[in-house]
Design a binder for this molecule. Sequence first.
Ligand SMILES: NC(=O)c1ccc[n+]([C@@H]2O[C@H](COP(=O)([O-])OP(=O)(O)OC[C@H]3O[C@@H](n4cnc5c(N)ncnc54)[C@H](OP(=O)(O)O)[C@@H]3O)[C@@H](O)[C@H]2O)c1
Length: 290
Amino acid sequence: MKKVLITGASGQLGLALNQLFKEKEDYIIYQTDRSEDSEHGIMALDISDEEAVNAMIDQIKPEIIINCAALTAVDLCETEEQMAYRINALGPKYLAVAADKKDAKLIHISTDYVYDGHASKPYQEGDPTNPLSVYGRTKLAGDEFVISHCKKSFVLRTAWVYGEGKNFVKTMLRLADSGKSIRVVADQFGTPTSALELARVILFLMETDSYGIYHATCEGSTSWYEFALEIFRQAGKQVSVEPIASSEYPTPATRPKYSVLDNKALRERHGYTMKQWKEAFVEYCQHTFH
Ligand SMILES: NC(=O)c1ccc[n+]([C@@H]2O[C@H](COP(=O)([O-])OP(=O)(O)OC[C@H]3O[C@@H](n4cnc5c(N)ncnc54)[C@H](OP(=O)(O)O)[C@@H]3O)[C@@H](O)[C@H]2O)c1
């Protein structure tokens, strides 16, 4: 039986991993998050607390650590830069150092926001990074710490994640219930990725020793506007949706205009293909709406 420590276990990806691990018998799972939730078997572990990270890893001695914890509120990061750095950069560093000491594998999750979005074709793993926001910069610093401090590390860059929790799908459905017309940005392109599809890749990769950086999004691409239309189609809701430019919806953090990722490493190193985004979204809707 292998011991797996999950951080950020109450978040979207953490919950999806929990769902998959329930079907597996060869692992002992230790779920942690910033706050304890004893009802759901979640212990408290703040990844930005170095001593707490070391104590937990010393005590559990996991073979595998999956870091799902992050400050994902992209706009909040702009005003809370220090907190963002502590959670998105130093937290992964502490985990990486502690994992390496125990010769454990570390799977760390990163983001398309490490790129500037000025490309016109999907980003590959070796392409230069150039984050536009505090979130992107702090996440990139986290990736670099993980790679430099832990020999057995995987960095998975993903995008537009939805699962159980706060996400674009839930926001659209809530706005739809208001009965008003909804304005959605139509000039930002990326790939909606189901937390469950991402969790499946993690379970696959963690049993390999092909360490390094991976892009891990669903296949294909779309705009937020087209995604909103698909959400309402699947949910059977009649909603008036107006496409707008990013300039008409200013936000504190600048988002990349085009952050489609090519899962080249997954495909070429493992022959692994993630689902098309619409197929994965239909799977999610079957659980959520039916
Ligand atoms: N969501 C996306 O669209 C998206 C896109 C690209 C990449 N990613 C990356 O994918 C990963 C998983 O994202 P997600 O969507 O599952 O995020 P999420 O739903 O926001 O979950 C993150 C979890 O981390 C916890 N957390 C925050 N600070 C912590 C700390 N100091 N110590 C321990 N736990 C802490 C959060 O707890 P609280 O709720 O108490 O803060 C939350 O339970 C993250 O690395 C994220 O950067 C996400």
